[in-house]
Design a protein around this ligand. Structure first.
Ligand SMILES: *[C@@H]1O[C@H](CO)[C@@H](O)[C@H](O)[C@H]1NC(C)=O
Length: 378
């Protein structure tokens, strides 16, 4: 699959269209010159000779458009190859760590799957304390000249995003995030779990470029003690973002949403030198170390646990109500259906049978009414 941005595609098709148009116009001119039978039978052969300069002048626009098209296509091949080389350099540290930690990596044969020339996916499962890990390596769109200019102008980082789905019930549920301060406003607004449960906390041990969202001081202290504190204190750390959550990142639309515990990390890709590769590998190892740390080392105080539980109860109130309403609706529907079938049966009865049934039914309804009243009185 090619990731060719729509703008590039548009540019390419415009170039092609324009070229065709210009060529068509000129062909028309040429044929237009020829088609009317010439009044002059003697054509001077020299007048037909066109000097090369004139030829170039005539085809200047085509030449320009053609070179743009060739440029775009060449940059696609060049950029794709460049990204392939880069990805191959990064595959080693990533797959080393994955193979050391997981029993199944990728499809069993290779770790990486190419989603486009700038997006590489990986997957692994079979490790303690987690269900699986999904990764996404995002390179610059070198294959796409227009998108690349955009990437360079916006100074987008090349990065690896990692999402570990943790095992259920092996760790306490909480929401924590460390993000670049300049993006903290947007993240705090857009992510449901962060907006609902956490507040920005001031921590003078981490770099001022980092903003920390947490819902419990107990969680913050224990998580930072894992070594995360030192990493976040370093202004040049490769760790761009870290999230630990037990709640959905988007507001659920119905009550039967899944609450999964997740650890997400964004690691910046440095230059692919031996040192850069080693630094990156170390950071990746730290992320998997955190999986163990969260499940084994974090033990929250009972009052912290109570606070977390209460916050969830409060936040999910509307969903609990929704669930109860749905249950009641379903029950009412079943009862109504039962009654309908019963009445259908009565329709088929003889008058004698029907009389008996009506008698019995009246008694039954009366009893029901009574028991309801008794319950109300009690
Ligand atoms: C994960 O991999 C690292 C080496 O990259 C290793 O030191 C560590 O023990 C592994 N963890 C598990 C649980 O296999």
């Amino acid at each position: 699959m090619l990731r060719f941005s729509s703008i590039s595609l548009l540019a390419l098709s415009c170039v092609a269209l324009l070229a065709t148009k210009v060529l068509a116009d000129e062909l028309e001119d040429v044929t237009g010159d020829i088609s009317p039978p010439s009044a002059e039978p003697h054509i001077n052969p020299t007048s037909q000779m066109v000097s090369p300069q004139l030829l170039f002048a005539n085809y200047k626009i085509e030449a320009f458009l053609l070179s743009v098209a060739v440029g775009l296509v060449a940059s696609y091949f060049y950029g794709s190859r460049k990204n392939k080389e880069l990805a191959m350099a990064w595959e080693k540290p990533i797959s080393d760590v994955l193979y050391a930690n997981f029993s199944l990596v990728g499809d069993g044969r290779q770790a990486f799957e190419w989603d486009s020339a700038a997006d590489i996916l990986f997957y692994a499962s079979g490790r303690r304390h987690c269900k699986f890990v999904q990764g996404h390596m995002v390179l610059r769109a070198r294959q796409d000249a227009v998108a690349l200019i955009n990437d360079l102008a916006a100074n987008t980082q090349e990065k690896v995003e990692i999402e570990v789905t943790l095992s259920d019930g092996e760790s306490s549920g909480f929401v924590f995030a460390a993000v670049p301060r300049k993006r903290s406003k947007a993240i705090g607004r857009d992510r449901y779990d962060i907006a609902t449960f956490t507040k920005i906390v001031n921590n003078n041990k981490v770099s001022p470029k980092v903003a920390i969202f947490s819902e419990s001081a107990d969680v913050t202290t224990q998580l930072l003690e894992s070594g995360l504190g030192d990493i976040l204190a370093d202004e040049n750390t490769l760790l761009e973002e870290l999230h630990v959550t037990d709640s959905p990142s988007e507001k659920p639309e119905s009550h039967d949403f899944k609450c999964e515990k997740k650890l997400m990390a964004v690691i910046r890709l440095p230059a692919a030198t031996a040192e850069g590769l080693a630094q990156f590998k170390e950071m990746l190892e730290f992320v998997f170390y955190l999986v163990d740390y969260i499940s084994e080392a974090i033990t929250l105080r009972p009052e912290s646990m109570r606070k977390l539980g209460k916050a969830r109860e409060e936040a999910y109130k509307e969903f609990t109500r929704m669930a109860e309403q749905e249950k009641q609706d379903a029950l009412a529907k079943t009862l109504a259906e039962k009654r309908r079938i019963e009445l259908e049966g009565v329709d088929k009865m003889s008058p004698e049978q029907r009389r008996k049934w009506e008698e019995k039914d009246r008694k039954k309804q009366l009893k029901k009414e009574q028991s309801k009243r008794v319950r109300r009185v009690r």
